[in-house]
Ligand binder design. Structure first.
Ligand code: ITT
Length: 194
């Protein structure tokens, strides 16, 4: 089986990415911990490609990377690509976001995810984007998931991402939607390039 390096250092993301990739004909391996790629891009797509490409080159293996974040309308799309750098811990990031929004009645937001797949020479061969709209609550709710999940509410399901069973979050999330686009392409690619 061909090795595929899952190029993330975020344990929450890793768990979700593994759920989408398990059962495919790839041997999943973790990114070496010391390999940290600086995210210098200005878009999710640039950063996803950068991470996949650099990790593929550094390991000499296929690599798959996710760049994602939360874009809040009333904050002009912030924290966006800076979602991971918005605070030191998940609690800090949530607190900063809630303070920035204050009592603003416009709570519209969306999670965005771009997944990129690089071959061992660093060339990106597949890319897919997923978006999940929702709103930002005034207080955290739920204990599942990771990151901003406790304040991200999905009206259709009357739950935050952190209140949902993992299978539901995985089915409707930005990451789920990106993988729903990427997986058929990946399977087709494997069939034509065994
Ligand atoms: P890697 O680059 O190593 O994958 P990272 O956490 O630095 O890990 P990003 O730069 O893509 O990854 O930042 C994404 C941030 O957006 C992440 O740290 C969370 O704070 C937030 N985020 C992304 N997807 C999320 C989700 O499904 N639920 C909650 N927060 C999420």
């Amino acid at each position: 089986m061909t090795v595929l390096v899952v190029a993330t250092g975020n344990p929450g993301k890793l768990k979700e990415m593994q759920a989408y990739l398990t059962g495919l004909d790839w041997e999943l391996v973790l990114k070496p911990e010391e390999l940290e790629i600086e995210e210098t891009g200005e878009t999710f797509a640039e950063n996803a490609c950068l991470k996949a490409s650099q990790i593929a080159l550094a390991t000499g293996q296929w690599a798959i990377a996710d760049d994602s974040g939360l874009a809040v309308d009333a904050l002009g799309g912030a924290p966006g690509v800076y979602s991971a750098r918005y605070g030191k811990t998940n609690a800090d990031r949530i607190e900063r976001l809630l303070n920035a929004l204050g009592s603003n009645p416009d709570r519209h937001a969306r999670f965005v995810c771009v997944i990129a797949l690089a071959q061992p020479n660093g060339k990106i061969i597949l890319q897919a984007e997923g978006i999940c709209p929702g709103t930002i609550l005034h207080e955290p709710r739920g204990s599942g998931g990771f990151g901003y999940d406790p304040i991200f509410y999905v009206p259709e399901h009357n739950q935050t991402f952190a209140e949902m069973p993992p299978e539901l979050k995985n089915a409707i999330s930005h990451r789920g939607r990106a993988f729903a686009v990427l997986l058929p392409q990946l399977k087709a690619f494997r069939e034509t390039n065994p």
